[in-house]
Design a protein. Structure first.
Length: 287
């Protein structure tokens, strides 16, 4: 397995592979890998088997998608462990650049070009974290230019992000197939996330309230359509029954357009963001 830290070296290798008709499957991550990431790596390997393809995993904590008071500085990092996991999964290349490689000149103002999606990014995570998706779309566009993938893997846990990336790819003619893989959950339903590492044992137990809220929504709509505002109010009350939980948002929407709905039926999408102590967690699912 190669570990590449240079944009130029990674791009040169990717272009060489493309000239040889090698299939490239790409898994962009911010590191601190867990079983959710590993499921994406395995899916990538199935799309790009060793005899005719390459799997590239990027490990880069992207500063431009964090707000000024968010957790960029303390976001969990363990490159040595991540490399061991990637090696065990047969990854061909880990691309692990630093900020100077990805954003040359950003500290002195010379980096000034960003990619912005202007519709799907306005709600939910975009409303709660202004500028977040500007950073996401910019870094993903850059990574696509560097790695030149045929396939790129994203997790359904970040559903809104995946829809925005799909829109960017379609609008800007990136020749990349976006694969959205199912959310991987702990046995008690908590969606796997690198940020789960922040939780102490009491908070970890409380964090199951997100998935329990999703299950409650599903149980409610089994008997028929429900007014979205009423269900949202009931779910917020349910979540706040957990003393450590504080709701950021609960939304019901169309899975693809992300447009909010007035009536929740089976198949409607729910997304929620909840603070457990000081840790902000997100989850989503179809009800």
């Amino acid at each position: 397995m190669q570990v590449i830290r240079s944009v130029a070296v990674m791009q040169r290798l990717a272009l060489h592979w493309r000239s040889q008709n090698v299939c490239i499957a790409f898994v962009p991550t911010m590191g601190y890998l867990h079983e959710g990431h590993i499921s994406l790596v395995r899916r990538a390997r199935r799309l790009a088997p060793p005899h005719k393809g390459k799997v590239v995993v990027s490990i880069y904590v992207n500063p431009t998608q964090f707000g000024p008071h968010e957790d960029f500085a303390r976001y969990p990092r363990d490159l040595k462990r991540d490399l061991q996991l990637c090696r065990a999964e047969g990854v061909d290349v880990v691309f692990a650049p630093d900020d100077n490689q990805m954003y040359p000149g950003i500290l002195d103002g010379r980096f000034s070009t960003f990619v912005v999606e202007e519709r799907l990014s306005q709600c939910m995570e975009g409303a709660s974290r202004p500028g977040h998706f500007k950073g996401v779309t910019t870094v993903v566009a850059k990574l696509f230019n560097i790695v030149q993938p045929d396939f790129a893997m994203f997790g359904a846990k970040d559903w809104q992000q995946a829809q925005i990336i799909k829109r960017m790819v379609a609008d800007l003619n990136f020749p990349v197939h976006i694969i959205v893989a199912p959310t991987v959950r702990e046995p008690d339903g908590l969606a796997m996330s690198s940020r789960n590492a922040y939780l102490n044992p009491r908070e970890r137990a409380a964090a199951t309230i997100l998935y329990r809220a999703i299950c409650r929504a599903r149980a409610t709509v089994k008997t028929g359509p429900v007014n979205a505002a009423t269900l949202k109010k009931n779910l917020k009350k349910f979540i706040h029954s957990e003393p450590l939980a504080r709701v950021d948002y609960v939304e019901f929407f169309d899975s693809h357009s992300l447009e909010p709905v007035r009536t929740v039926t089976r198949g409607t999408h729910i997304a929620l963001a909840v603070f457990i102590g000081t840790t902000r967690l997100i989850d989503n699912a179809r009800v």
